[in-house]
Ligand binder design. Structure first.
Ligand SMILES: [Zn+2]
Ligand SMILES: [Zn+2]
Length: 303
């Protein structure tokens, strides 16, 4: 098998996932080159530093990584370390690349950039594993390890969205709870793979596949939810029937479902959406009931 075949196969696999993710970002799509830049930058930085930490930790404990089934205590320690390490490093690299990014102007963008960084990370891992174990391992990773990385990034991506659009900064303090959940899920996934391989390869693959499926269902639902919460949506999108309602509608006119704005408030005077941290409406100047303010203004939502 030539290197060219590996490179093309790995890239095609990642492109399919990227296409799926970006389909959700439909009201104000992020520029593809920016998404690719963050996938490459945060993905490579994460891959390098997380890989370095993993090697140091395993050398320190004298554990051989991924050779055979590990004994239970070693598998537990190793899985916990890898989970915390990889999620924290990916998160930090992503925040460093997006916290000043003006293009991140709707909540779904936080998930798009977080999952792009995770996809970049998983792509580098896929190169390494496919070169060592061949194309069948790539097919398995595309439906297990890649969804794992995307799903955990979608979890801490919610923290990034919250920091940016509700709290006005404080990326780590808004995200540490999400990061902890992501790290524990990642650790559980790795634990099954570290402790059960060999004779029980199918069992460990089944368990990790189940975690991957649950994470992808979660990610797709969050993406859909944040798409409806976009300030660039043509009105208030109903969470149940996708009906478009007036910007200040509190219930869907078609099905009666309550419509809650999680990230934005609507100006009572002119119905333009504003950040919860804006003091004044950027369209009509009316005073808004903001409790805190920060540097981002929602002037971009005025049209
Ligand atoms: Zn409805
Ligand atoms: Zn107004």
């Amino acid at each position: 098998m030539t290197i060219a075949i590996v490179i093309v196969s790995v890239l095609v696999g990642s492109a399919i996932w990227l296409w799926l993710l970006m389909r959700f970002d439909k009201f104000e799509p992020e520029p593809l080159r920016l998404v690719l830049l963050i996938a490459l930058g945060a993905g490579l930085a994460g891959f390098f530093f997380a890989g370095l930490n993993n090697s140091i930790f395993h050398a320190f404990l004298g554990i051989s990584f991924l050779d055979d089934a590990m004994p239970l205590p070693e598998a537990l320690a190793s899985a916990l370390f890898v989970g915390i390490n990889e999620e924290l490093v990916k998160f930090s690299a992503t925040v460093l690349m997006v916290f000043k990014l003006r293009e991140m102007d709707e909540p779904i963008d936080a998930i798009i950039y977080a999952t792009a960084a995770a996809l970049g990370f998983a792509t580098f891992e896929n190169f390494a594993y496919t070169l060592e174990y061949g194309l069948p391992s790539l097919v398995i990773r595309l439906i297990t390890a890649v969804p794992l990385h995307l799903g955990t990034a979608a979890i801490w991506g919610l923290g990034i969205a919250k920091a940016r659009f509700i709290k006005g900064g404080g990326y780590f303090s808004a995200s540490w709870g999400y990061l902890a959940v992501a790290a524990v899920i990642h650790a559980a996934y790795d634990f099954f793979i570290f402790v059960i391989p060999g004779r029980y390869m199918l069992a460990s693959l089944g368990l990790s596949f189940a975690i991957a499926v649950a994470l992808i269902v979660f990610m797709l639902r969050r993406l859909k939810h944040l798409q409806r919460q976009s300030p660039f949506a043509p009105g208030n999108v109903c969470p149940r029937c996708d009906g478009i309602n007036a910007p200040d509608a509190r219930f869907c006119a078609a099905c009666g479902t309550a419509i809650v704005q999680e990230f934005f408030i609507v100006c009572e005077t002119c119905s333009v959406k504003a950040l919860k941290t804006d003091r004044f409406c950027a369209q009509c100047g009316a005073r808004l009931p903001a409790e805190r303010t920060h540097g981002y203004s929602s002037d971009r939502y005025v049209r």
